[in-house]
Design a protein around this ligand. Structure first.
Ligand code: NDP
Length: 260
């Protein structure tokens, strides 16, 4: 099937590792042109060097919580490609703490990253995406937005706010012909979890360690997902062939049983 992504201009935040990087790779294989950012530009360049051999790639350092930094990056991308057709708001992390262990400042930082980490990009890209005629925004969020966990209290609250905001954005941007959808992740084997595995020093290999966590969290498939398993739904949401889908949220969590 032709996803009609050849030559499309897609901007991805947090593209130096994990889901952002896997999505960039899949889109490059589909023939899309890419504007990629992360804060550490050196790491981003090293991670994406091979993509430049396949397609036109712009890399830049950008902190998504800093509106000026976002405006500069989006300006570079639209200058380079003459517009934009898609945006993937993916940059982020989670804060593994209970509420008692979390300071007010850390809670504000979580909301800043989740809300403005998406909103800054949406505002900066809106005109270009409207001009595209097939503009599509994918917001990478988590099942945690619907199902809080005590150990991730501030992150869960900020993710719930982002999911709610995504639906408002879908309504606001529909008049401009821009679709907005969310992908809700379960547990995905990326840099975040590799770091936690190393810190846990469990004495078992990653597969055994992560399978135990998957069982504990009630994941039907009994394992973590891979970044590629996320890149595919993100890629298809960006496709102009998905033209009637907006305001939706897609669970990609291996079948999580519990819901609030
Ligand atoms: P990784 O840690 O592998 O990658 C995160 C990426 O985001 C990196 O490129 C990082 O680069 C970038 N980044 C972080 N903060 C900023 C910032 N302020 N501005 C710009 N770039 C930033 O994460 P994953 O691939 O696992 O996660 C991708 C998204 O999915 C994140 O939003 C994460 O919270 C979310 N998620 C992941 C889950 C999982 O199980 N893996 C579960 C639920 C949600 P740099 O540090 O150089 O800026």
């Amino acid at each position: 099937m032709d996803l009609q992504l050849t030559g499309r201009r897609i901007l991805i935040t947090g593209a130096s590792s994990g889901i952002g990087l896997a999505t960039a790779r899949m889109l490059a294989e589909e023939g899309a042109r890419l504007a990629l950012c992360a804060r550490d530009e050196q790491r981003l360049r090293a991670a994406t060097a091979d993509l430049a051999e396949i397609t036109d790639v712009l890399t830049a350092s950008c902190d998504v919580t800093d509106r000026a930094s976002v405006d500069t990056f989006v300006g570079q991308a639209t200058d380079r490609f003459g517009g934009l057709d898609g945006l993937v708001c993916n940059a982020g992390r989670s804060l593994m703490r209970t509420l008692d262990e979390t300071t007010d400042e850390e809670i504000r930082d979580e909301f800043d990253l989740k809300i403005f980490g998406a909103l800054n990009l949406v505002r900066a890209t809106r005109k270009a995406l409207a001009d595209s005629g097939v503009g599509s925004i994918v917001i990478v969020n988590a099942i945690l937005s619907r199902q809080p966990e005590l150990r991730l209290a501030a992150t869960a609250a900020a993710r719930a706010a982002l999911l709610n905001l995504s639906r408002s954005l879908a309504g606001d941007l529909a008049d401009d012909g821009i679709r907005v959808n969310s992908v809700l992740l379960g547990l995905i084997d990326t840099g975040q979890w590799q770091r936690r595995y190393t810190e846990a020093d469990s004495g078992v290999d990653f597969d055994a360690w992560s399978a135990e966590i998957a069982r504990d969290r009630g994941i039907a498939l009994g394992r973590f997902g891979t970044a590629d398993e996320l890149a595919f739904p993100i890629t298809t949401l960006l496709s102009p062939r998905n033209s009637y889908m907006t305001g939706a949220s897609l669970d990609v969590g291996g079948g999580v049983h519990r819901y609030v």
